[in-house]
Design a binder for this molecule. Structure first.
Ligand code: GAR
Length: 193
């Protein structure tokens, strides 16, 4: 089996990244986590990736200002250099241009902490609580130019409990995220999605 070379893009603590790295340790897992890229120089996930023996690259977005095209050109160069076949976004808090997304069509996955199409964008847990939802969950989907709107690959739901705060709900949803992301990536590579 030739494993697909995957880059994980992060901006923060990297717990989803860690579950993908862990899953990819299995000899029969079809992905090799070749690289972790962070747009935030001090993201906690970077240290986690290094500790797991995964190569990391920092691509700080700040020097690029509002020039997303230049940021993406630099990103593309890193991805090319490492022969990356698939991108997994894992708490990566930057939006891409339509051109970049189209270039990577069907080859960028994202995880979002709600049952899309419900509660896209920012503060999904606050949105779920304000809507009085009885259930929330996590979604892995392909990235398309419209934010959080691409074809769904996997979802898992969790209950919203009385007294939940955005933080308590986020913690429960995060467990669902960790369950589904490795499965979704495997499905995509094996052509079951
Ligand atoms: C996760 O809950 C992920 O779903 C969310 O950020 C968190 C990152 O946590 N992503 C988004 O909200 C994307 N719009 P992690 O760094 O521990 O994986």
């Amino acid at each position: 089996m030739t494993k697909k070379r995957v880059a994980i893009l992060i901006s923060g603590r990297g717990s989803n990244m860690a579950t993908l790295i862990e899953a990819a340790r299995a000899p029969d897992y079809p992905a090799d986590i070749a690289l972790v890229i962070s747009n935030v120089p001090n993201a906690a996930g970077l240290e986690r990736a290094r500790a797991a023996g995964v190569k990391t690259v920092v691509l700080d977005h700040k020097p690029f200002g509002k020039d997303r095209v230049a940021f993406e050109a630099a990103l593309q160069a890193i991805l090319d250099e490492h022969c990356i076949a698939l991108i997994c976004l894992a708490g990566f808090m930057r939006l891409f241009t339509a051109a970049f997304v189209q270039r990577w069509s069907q080859r960028i996955l994202n995880i979002h902490p709600s049952l899309l199409p419900l509660f896209p964008g920012l503060d999904p847990h606050g949105q779920a609580l304000r809507a009085g939802a009885k259930t929330s969950g996590a979604t892995v989907h392909f990235v398309i130019p419209e934010t959080d709107a691409g074809p769904i690959i996997a979802q898992d739901s969790v209950p919203v409990l009385p007294g939940d705060t955005p933080d308590s709900l986020a913690a429960r949803v995060l467990e669902a995220e960790h369950r589904i992301y490795p499965i979704a990536l495997k499905q995509v590579i094996e052509g079951k999605s």
